[in-house]
Design a protein around this ligand. Structure first.
Ligand code: FES
Length: 174
């Protein structure tokens, strides 16, 4: 006898991992589940997604639209309507510094200050040459390896100000 009901099976499929294996998608799924994947909670989902990723790229918007069973155009429309949502940053490279509590107490603020000073921009901005966008996130689910910084989508553990500067310098090289 089959014990798993159709609805449970569907839920299982919904919670299948994002192909990238990025833990942040799992955290976002759990958050959406808490809201029972309610379509009227779209704004909360977008906030949470931005909190985790620093910005809302196309892949992320599709992910949300899939889980909420909303047309991508609707999700995109809402994300672009509100000024507090950042879609794909303008920079060729993105550096997202996690400023959640665990990262903060381990020195994420120092990492951010040195990046701001060396790039000459503030968090949320892009260098004038459009090379690097500097963004923040709040707890990306990697507290055990704090402070965590995401360079072009790859989470780097225990980042020091020196390591962060070295990484961004490499991006500046021709
Ligand atoms: S606070 Fe940075 S990963 Fe949790």
């Amino acid at each position: 006898m089959k014990l798993v009901s159709k609805s449970k099976e569907r839920e299982g499929n919904r919670l299948a991992q994002h192909a990238s294996g990025d833990k942040r998608f799992k955290i976002l799924e759990v958050f959406m589940k808490k809201f029972q994947f309610r379509q009227d909670a779209l704004i909360e989902m977008l906030h949470k997604a931005q909190e985790l990723f620093g910005f809302l790229d196309e892949d992320l918007l599709f992910f949300i639209s899939f889980h909420l069973k909303l047309p991508p155009s609707r999700v995109y429309g809402v994300a672009t309507f509100y000024h507090f949502f950042t879609l794909k940053p303008q920079g060729r490279h993105t550096c997202v510094v996690c400023l959640g509590t665990a990262c903060y107490v381990k020195g994420a603020d120092r990492v951010m200050s040195s990046l701001e000073a060396s790039l000459g921009i503030k968090a949320g901005e892009t260098t004038p040459d459009k090379n690097i966008s500097l963004l923040t996130a709040r707890c990306i689910g990697a507290c055990g390896i704090a402070p965590a910084v995401v360079f072009d989508g790859s989470v780097v553990p225990r980042t020091t100000p020196e390591a962060a500067l070295l990484k961004t310098k490499q991006w500046l090289e021709p």
